[in-house]
Design a protein around this ligand. Structure first.
Ligand SMILES: [Zn+2]
Length: 56
């Protein structure tokens, strides 16, 4: 079992989920989508989620 806590924990989420997207986790912020109200994370300053932008 590897449930040991690391001395320095900068990343809150498991990095396994972001293996496909190679971007610094620290730049991501949680934002509410103004289109559908969904909570998403982005590294850019915008108010619409990726799904919503695709539909436009
Ligand atoms: Zn949305």
């Amino acid at each position: 079992m590897s449930k040991k806590k690391k001395p320095i924990s900068i990343n809150i989420r498991c990095q396994c989920e972001d293996s496909a997207v190679k971007r610094p986790e620290s730049l991501l912020v949680t934002v509410y989508c103004k289109g559908c109200g969904k909570v998403f994370r982005t590294n850019t300053k915008k108010d619409l989620c990726f799904d919503w932008e695709r539909k436009r």
